[in-house]
Write a protein that binds this ligand. Structure first.
Ligand code: FAQ
Length: 310
């Protein structure tokens, strides 16, 4: 498979029918499925606030955002299917706890300000992580990512705007915004994955140009991007060690509590059980929709094949 690596090194795109090492295919299925699962589980924390949005305008925006996330899940499951797996199979693996989704969605959304913090920080982190994936070596994943990133950037701005409004509102609204940022900051940093020296998949994924930057490099990029935005918002990031380091040309920041990250990965975050249970129930309750859609598609296939024969 040296030929394959030569293609990747030359920045050629790998397409579904091209030859590829089995491990490359498996890695992509793992990452794309995890990404797709994150999008659909990620609908839950925000879905929690649709009925309680503070105005009709906020409700319409939040509904559109959550619908976008369902759409992102669909593009990504579609991209995974080009690698020879079935979406139904991937969903079973998620429901059985055999595939992961992002750690970030195992935290609760306690106040309206959490919608702002998710948009600003979680979508902000997602963009930093995902823009390089637009140049991923696997064509269908890279192309799906282009549209997703455009939508994520709208999501990030709507979160920023929610926090901007709250931060300049009453003292209670400002405090609510600050509390949300305090709770979402560290979990957002964890979204980028374990530190580079504890990231078993990074070296190979970078050699295959699935990942373009290491977990720590992207995390640093996110911190550098976010610090000035927090100043504009008039909110404080909950890390007294954040300061500009002129020598490095980056912001220094404090130590991440990796024991919390690994606890969440092992199923012991605040909402792991609730999220998975809700997802399984939604899947069961949606069985009739899938059956109806299949029956409808079958009917149309029959009608068009009869018309074709006539
Ligand atoms: N959560 O060797 P690495 C969104 C696992 S954005 C859970 O470094 P890798 C948008 C990792 O799978 C969120 N597990 O792994 C949105 C591996 O376990 P495994 C989704 C994590 O793959 C916003 C082990 O740790 N974005 O949904 C996490 O090279 C708002 C060792 O780690 C993506 O998925 C984590 N945070 O790098 C939606 C982006 N980090 O599989 C709704 C694409 C690591 O060996 C609302 N994915 N693990 O058992 C990636 O870029 C990569 O997969 C990383 C992990 C960077 C996440």
């Amino acid at each position: 498979m040296d030929e394959f690596q030569t293609l990747v090194d030359a920045d050629e795109r790998i397409e579904p029918r091209d030859a590829m090492p089995e491990a490359y295919r498996r890695t992509l299925i793992r990452q794309i499925a995890q990404h797709a699962h994150s999008e659909i589980i990620g609908m839950q924390p925000e879905g929690n606030w649709i009925s309680r949005a503070p105005s009709l305008r906020r409700k319409a925006i939040l509904m559109a955002k959550v619908q976008d996330e369902a759409g992102h899940g669909l593009y990504l499951y579609g991209a995974a299917e080009t690698l020879g797996v079935d979406r139904a199979e991937l969903l079973d693996l998620l429901h059985e706890g055999k595939q992961r989704y992002s750690s970030i969605f195992n935290y609760p959304t306690l106040t309206w300000a959490d919608m702002g913090a998710i948009g600003w920080l979680v979508d902000g982190a997602a963009i930093v992580n995902q823009v390089p994936i637009c140049r991923c070596s696997y064509g269908p994943y890279a192309r799906a990512m282009v549209r997703i990133c455009k939508e994520e950037s709208f999501h990030q701005r709507q979160g920023f705007e929610i926090l901007h409004t709250l931060s300049r509102g009453t003292a209670a609204q400002h405090a609510m915004a600050q509390d949300a940022v305090d709770r979402w900051w560290w979990p957002s940093l964890m979204m980028f994955g374990p530190p580079d020296d504890q990231s078993p998949n990074s070296a190979q994924s970078m050699a295959w140009r699935i990942k373009r930057f290491s977990n720590d490099d992207l995390r640093q990029k996110f911190v550098d991007m976010t610090v000035p935005q927090a100043e504009v918002l008039g909110l404080t990031l909950p890390d007294p060690q954040i300061r500009w380091n002129a020598e490095r040309g980056h912001h220094d920041f404090g130590d991440i509590d990796w024991s919390e990250f690994f606890a969440v990965l092992n199923g012991n975050g605040p909402c792991n059980a609730v999220r998975l249970e809700r997802r399984r129930r939604a899947h069961e309750e949606g069985a009739w929709v899938r059956e109806a859609a299949t029956a409808y598609a079958d009917k149309h296939r029959r009608v068009s094949s009869t018309a074709g024969a006539a």
